[in-house]
Write a protein that binds this ligand. Structure first.
Ligand SMILES: *Cc1c(COP(=O)(O)O)cnc(C)c1O
Length: 414
C-alpha cells in the first residue's frame, strides 16, 4: 500500500474509505462476497503484465510457459470442482460469457427461452435493449403468480409452442431450488440445448448445497466472484461436443487477450473451493439465509415464495408501505447494504421497484451464523419501522458497527 499511498494519494484515500465501509457495514447484496487475501494477491500480481491470446499450448505470442501452467491449473481445478468435460476460464465476466455461449452455439435470430427480468432473470437472458434481446428471439417464461415458484408445466407448454433452440435457466433473483432435471427433460422433448447460468449459486453447487446441472446440461456459465468467492470474472463449462465451438466463440469470437492475473486468481479460488471447509461454508450460507428469512417473516416482511432454499431472499415491501428504493436508502443510512429489486408481476418500474433483494454469502464469509442473522433481521425491522428518524438510523449504524467488529473481513486489518 505504501507505493499507492505515495504515488496516488487520491486513489489511496478513496480506497481507505471503502475499506472502512466494507469493514463496518453489513453486506447483504447477494451477488457480493469477500475474496480471500490469496485471491486478491493473485489478482494484483505481475500476471497483469502478460498478453496471451489463444489457449495453453496454442498461443500467438511468446513467453507463455508460466501463463500456460496457471491457466491449465485453473481449468483442471474447475473440472474437478464441477465434474465437467470441458472448461474455458477466459471470459472477462458473466455477461461476456453468456454472449460467447450464444455466439458459439446459436445463429442470430434463433429462438431462446429465458426467465423474465422482473421474475428474476438476468439482463443477458433476453432483455429487449441488451445484445441478447436484440440478437436472438428470446421468448420469456415466468414464475407462478400465487407461489412465486417456477411453473414447470407452463414452461413446457411455452417450449412446445415456440420450439426454442436453447432454454436458459439459472437466475439473478430467484430464492428457490432449480429443478435442472425437469428443465433437461423439456429440452430433450423439444430438441433444445440446455443452458444453466449458475452465476449466483455456483458456490452452493461446488459445496454441495445445491443440485448441479453438470451431469446432463450442454453448457453451464458462471461468474467466479459471487458465491464462488473468487476474483471478478467468469467461466464456461460444457460437454465435449461443444468444446470447440465454445473456445472459438470466446477467442477470437468475442474476446482478445485473457486477463492472466484473473486466471491465476481463479485457480486460487477453485483450489479454495475444493477444500472441505468450502462445503461447510456453502451449507452455512443456506442455513443463514433460512434463519434470516424466518426472522424477517416473524417481523411481518412479505417474502417472495415465502422463504428461501439458497443464499437469497426477495422481499416485497408493498405491505410495509414503502417502495424498494426508500427501503434501500434507509438501510444504507444504518450501515446495511442491500439492493432494490423488482418482484414478480411488479406494478412498479425497475428504477423504482417494489422490492429489495438480500443474500448471506458475504456475512457468512465473515463467520456470522444464525444468531447474527436474527440480529440483522431485527436491525432491518427497526430501520424500516422508523425510517424517517435519522437519529435512530445513526444509532442502528453504531450497533451494526459493533456487531461487525467481531467478524473480520479477509484482508482488512482492524
Ligand atoms: C451476475 C450475473 C451475470 C453477469 O455477471 P457480470 O459479471 O455482472 O457480467 C450473469 N448471469 C446471472 C444469472 C447473474 O446473476
Amino acid at each position: 500500500m505504501t507505493s499507492l499511498q505515495q504515488t496516488d494519494p487520491e486513489v489511496y484515500g478513496i480506497l481507505q474509505k471503502e475499506t472502512v465501509r466494507q469493514a463496518d457495514g453489513i453486506e447483504l447484496i447477494p451477488s457480493e462476497n469477500y475474496a480471500s487475501e490469496a485471491v486478491m494477491e493473485a489478482t494484483g500480481s505481475i500476471f497483469t503484465n502478460k498478453y496471451s491470446e489463444g489457449y495453453p499450448g496454442k498461443r500467438y505470442y511468446g513467453g507463455q510457459e508460466n501463463v500456460d501452467l496457471v491457466e491449465q491449473l485453473a481449468i483442471d481445478r474447475a473440472k474437478e470442482l464441477f465434474s465437467v468435460d470441458h472448461v474455458n476460464v477466459q471470459p472477462y465476466s458473466g455477461s461476456p460469457a453468456n454472449a460467447a455461449v450464444y455466439f458459439g452455439l446459436l445463429e442470430y435470430g434463433d429462438t431462446v427461452m429465458g426467465l423474465k427480468l422482473d421474475h428474476g432473470g438476468h439482463i443477458t437472458h433476453g432483455l429487449p435493449i441488451s445484445f441478447s434481446g436484440k440478437s436472438y428471439n428470446f421468448v420469456p417464461y415466468g414464475v407462478d403468480k400465487e407461489t412465486g415458484i417456477l411453473d414447470m408445466d407452463k414452461i413446457r407448454e411455452i417450449a412446445l409452442e415456440c420450439k426454442p433452440k436453447m432454454i436458459v435457466c439459472g437466475y439473478t433473483a430467484y430464492p428457490r431450488k432449480i429443478d435442472f432435471k425437469a428443465f433437461k427433460s423439456i429440452c430433450d422433448e423439444v430438441g433444445a440445448l440446455a443452458m444453466a447460468d449458475v452465476a449466483h449459486i455456483a458456490g452452493l453447487i461446488a459445496g454441495g448445497a445445491h443440485e448441479s446441472p453438470a451431469e446432463d446440461f450442454d453448457v453451464i456459465t458462471t461468474t467466479t466472484h459471487k458465491t464462488l468467492r473468487g476474483p471478478r470474472g467468469a467461466m464456461i463449462m460444457c460437454k465435449k461436443e461443444h468444446a470447440k465451438n465454445i473456445d472459438r466463440a470466446v477467442f477470437p469470437g468475442f474476446q482478445g487477450g485473457p486477463h492472466d492475473n484473473t486466471t491465476a486468481a481463479k485457480a486460487v479460488a477453485f483450489g479454495e473451493a475444493l477444500k472441505p471447509e468450502f462445503k461447510d461454508y456453502s451449507a452455512q450460507i443456506v442455513k443463514n439465509a433460512k434463519a434470516l428469512a424466518e426472522r424477517l417473516n416473524e417481523h411481518g416482511f412479505d417474502l417472495v415464495s415465502g422463504g428461501t432454499d439458497n443464499h437469497l431472499i426477495l422481499i416485497d415491501m408493498t405491505n410495509k408501505g414503502m417502495p424498494g428504493k426508500i427501503a434501500q436508502e434507509a438501510l444504507d443510512e444504518a450501515g446495511i447494504t442491500c439492493n432494490k429489486n423488482t418482484v414478480p408481476f411488479d406494478p412498479r418500474s425497475p428504477f423504482d421497484p417494489s422490492g429489495i433483494r438480500l443474500g448471506t454469502p458475504a456475512l457468512t464469509t465473515r463467520g456470522m451464523k444464525e444468531d447474527e442473522m436474527r440480529k440483522v433481521a431485527d436491525f432491518m425491522a427497526s430501520v424500516i419501522e422508523k425510517h424517517e428518524d435519522l437519529d435512530h438510523l445513526k444509532k442502528i449504524k453504531g450497533e451494526v458497527k459493533d456487531l461487525c467488529k467481531g467478524f473480520p473481513v479477509p484482508g482488512i486489518k482492524t
